[in-house]
Design a binder for this molecule. Structure first.
Ligand SMILES: [Zn+2]
Length: 506
């Protein structure tokens, strides 16, 4: 029973309910002492789309023990089967049913009760905002979401907390003073919008990789597209703002085929098609060649997709190759790109770094995931902005080598060798979700990316100035990081001493 409920729950699109089952609860009972057969004591239904009652008959899923139906959203997809299911439940003698869901769900039953004749059955509605649902078998908490699977952000509480911290306020004043000494700049483009700045598995603070570069008022390119990238866009810009951005999205670049860099691609392509409607044209998609199999599988087994993109293999843009054919150059120009070149980097097979040139001249280089890489240094020489991964803190150099990533200092060093004017670090291990540690003193052209950060080109010099204030804002996690690092260093020293001693006495 437990397994059945949770499996059904996992299959639902757009989770908006958190369901937990107390340990050691058995919702079944033996039919009799000698039989191994059990009968259900309770069932729960999550969402009830059109056809649910027929499906329950077809699949022989008995609804006799159903007392609670949870609806996550008042859309037809989620409630289209409620009235029919009520008929079935009444027919098999269920005495009472509670519909849990958003306010307004009650009218589905109240305003349509004349359509169905229920004999002796009590139907109630309980708004999911009232409180958590708890019974012997299950606890369900409703979490409000905006748009497609997006948790709301409420920064006010946090801001008030920071405003009460005198040291933070002083650091912020220092930042403002330093900022006022910079030459003013109204340059907006290329504008960098960080949608996901964490590595491998998302957490509350950082989503997986996704960087939107707005090239001009007309064109944008998305660099990598981890799971939930579309949700991040909706969170930052609202549904209409996100649709507007998708209408402008002329190109998507996928650096390599690790899941945290491309699993959000299909939902972005589909959302872009919806946003453009009748004006829909395929998006230029640059990606490693094996992505073709994955996209073809989705197209043939799941839903039509092939009309949403024109694929250019990253290999076709390698600097080591002859210039790409005319049709690719034409497509790049249409997407607002004066130039787009790639190089192989040191991470996994077919992992690429890239350099793009905006039609007005500024050049952005993106490392994707990589160890420090000479080819990338060559590719990026003299660029305006380098966006480089910095997965690990400096103390975890061995882990960085093992996992083919870069440490913070290695990433900074690549920027120095490249002669990049500005460096933004991203793809941080979720260990340092709050505050990745920069070396002391921090270089004055290196900034740390956060999810939802929007940086106009002319404001790039401001980002490094923010670090002292950030360090105060995240003082607790900064201190924890320093402590952890010190402990690790001590342990290593002790191990080295033990080893040296063993060698001396051997
Ligand atoms: Zn990777």
């Amino acid at each position: 029973m437990l397994q059945h409920v949770l499996q059904a729950f996992r299959r639902l699109p757009g989770h908006r309910l958190l369901a937990t089952m107390p340990k050691n609860v058995d919702l079944t009972e033996r039919r009799d002492a000698r039989s191994a057969k059990t009968k259900k004591l309770k069932s729960y239904l999550f969402n009830c789309g059109e056809g649910t009652q027929r499906l329950s008959h077809e699949r022989k899923t008995r609804l006799a023990r159903l007392e609670n139906v949870f609806v996550t959203c008042n859309s037809w997809r989620n409630v289209g089967g409620v009235l029919g299911a009520l008929l079935t439940l009444n027919d098999i003698g269920v005495p009472a049913l509670t519909l849990h869901g958003p306010p307004g769900l009650s009218s589905l039953y109240d305003d349509t009760r004349s359509f169905i004749q229920l004999r002796g059955m009590n139907v109630q509605h309980r708004s999911d905002t009232d409180s958590d649902f708890v019974d012997v078998g299950l606890k369900v908490r409703a979490v409000p979401l905006y748009g497609e699977g997006v948790l709301p952000v409420t920064p006010e509480v946090y801001r008030a907390e920071l405003a009460a911290d005198e040291t933070f306020v002083a650091r912020l004043d220092e930042y403002r003073r330093a900022r006022s000494t910079l030459p003013p700049s109204d340059d907006v483009y290329p504008q960098t919008v960080f949608l996901g700045t964490g590595s491998s598995i998302p957490n509350k603070k950082r989503n997986t990789s996704g960087i939107l570069v707005n090239l001009s008022e007309k064109h944008s390119i998305l660099l990598d597209c981890g799971e939930g990238t579309h949700g991040q866009l909706v969170r930052l810009q609202g549904s209409e703002g996100a649709a507007e951005t998708l209408r402008r999205l002329s190109a998507i670049y996928i650096s390599h085929l690790h899941a945290d860099h491309h699993i959000g691609l299909i939902s972005i392509l589909e959302a872009r098609r919806r946003a453009l409607g009748a004006d829909h044209k395929p998006c230029l998609l640059m990606a490693p060649a094996p992505i073709t199999n994955y996209l073809n599988m989705y197209h043939s087994k799941m839903a039509p997709l092939r009309d949403t993109f024109t694929l250019v293999h990253n290999a076709a843009l390698l600097t080591s190759r002859s210039p790409p054919p005319d049709w690719i150059t034409r497509r790049l120009t249409e997407a607002g790109l004066a130039q787009m070149t790639t190089c192989l980097v040191r991470h996994c097979p077919l992992a690429y770094g890239m350099r793009l040139a905006h039609t007005e001249g500024q050049e952005v280089v993106y490392s994707g995931d990589t160890r420090p890489c000479d080819e990338l240094v060559e590719l990026g020489r003299g660029c305006d902005l380098l966006i480089h991964e910095a997965t690990h803190e400096d103390e975890l150099q061995e882990e960085a080598v093992l996992r083919a990533h870069s440490t913070v200092s290695e990433a900074i060093e690549v920027g120095v060798r490249m002669g990049a004017r500005h460096v933004l670090l991203t793809h941080f291990s979720q260990r340092y979700a709050s505050l990745p540690m920069l070396p002391e003193p921090a270089p004055n052209n290196v900034g740390i990316a956060y999810d939802n950060m929007v940086i106009n080109h002319g404001h790039l010099p401001r980002v490094p100035l923010l670090y002292p204030a950030l360090r105060r804002a995240f003082a607790e996690s900064y201190d924890q990081c320093v402590e952890r690092t010190a402990k690790r260093r001590d342990r290593k020293l002790r191990e080295a001493e033990v080893l040296a001693e063993a060698e001396r006495t051997a």
